[in-house]
Design a protein around this ligand. Sequence first.
Ligand code: SF4
Ligand code: SF4
Length: 371
Amino acid sequence: MERTGANPSLLGYGCMRFPMDPETKHIDEARAAALIRRAMEGGITYYDTAWPYHDGESEPFLGRTLSQYPRDSYYLATKLPCWEINSRQQAAELFERQLERLQTGYVDFYLLHSLSRKTWQRMLELDVLSLLEEYRRQGKICRLGFSFHDSYEAFEEILNYREWDFCQIQLNYMDVNHQAGLRGLELARSRGVPVVVMEPVKGGSLAQLPQEVTEPLKGLDPAASDASWALRWVASQPGVAVVLSGMSTPEQLEENLDTFSRFRPLDEGEKQAVEKTADRLRSRLKNGCTGCRYCLPCPKGVDIPKNFQIWNNMAMYGNRTLTGRAWRDLEPGARGDQCVGCGRCETLCPQHIPIREHLSRLAGEVEAFLE
Ligand code: SF4
Ligand code: SF4
């Protein structure tokens, strides 16, 4: 990060999973503020929020909480919700509202949120970039970057378009070839663009692994948590400047502070142990669906890749909570048991997956697992 004139902590606070009040369904501000206080005490100086987090509550909460600290004692990152933007003027108004919500005159790290090739093209057409560059000249934005969810090729196109101050990608030891992936990290590093990493623990999947896959890790350090291995793997990658973790409880925060307070990059033996764990996880896959979506649309509305993602994650990570959440989020009409066996999808699948046969087993297996 030196080239940007910033020196944030390696562990960053992702501000999208604050504790919630079960009754009001709003952020539990007392508990969340206690987490921020402890994070500041523990040396976390990078706070990553965004316009939509917590249905718009994250930015104002963070503004109220962090404004109690000297403005130069932390770095604030927030993002422009590109998918909501229809004009340059609207982007300008939204940015000014973000400054108000955050109770600040400037944002240390500002990102175009969740760029894909499509939203990037739209930002170019609306000339939003020149607006943000103007804010950067005025000092309202200190560093300009983007967060990303699309193919490596789209990442390359966006990264090479201009001299970005930083970028943010999804990366963890199971998703090395997903989206920008390790190739994208290497490209950014070769261009001197610091990288902030999100989803280092894959939405919690790598925090509670089935016992039988973690033997290589436990053999090296029986006391180290599964999450600490995932975080250290990401933080050991050359070019990674900040690793974001969305911490919801004091226990998670303390564990992460502990991991990073005595952080050292993985050595060769440790890297191999993580690789072996990843191989063991992959060997549990039900099928090799890559999520390419070539098989869609299904005339019955089955979301084939989503079904396979849930099924594969269930088999790999054995996590009831995460599987249950994903299954409930999938509309009943999009579930595998709606398949009528027409076979159209199978002619289109480059992985030659016997989609009908797999879908016929899937819903029953997921439901049995969740019982
Ligand atoms: S075989 Fe099933 S999943 Fe595939 S297109 Fe036909 S109805 Fe949809
Ligand atoms: S075409 Fe095959 S690999 Fe691609 S999403 Fe559909 S099932 Fe998965």
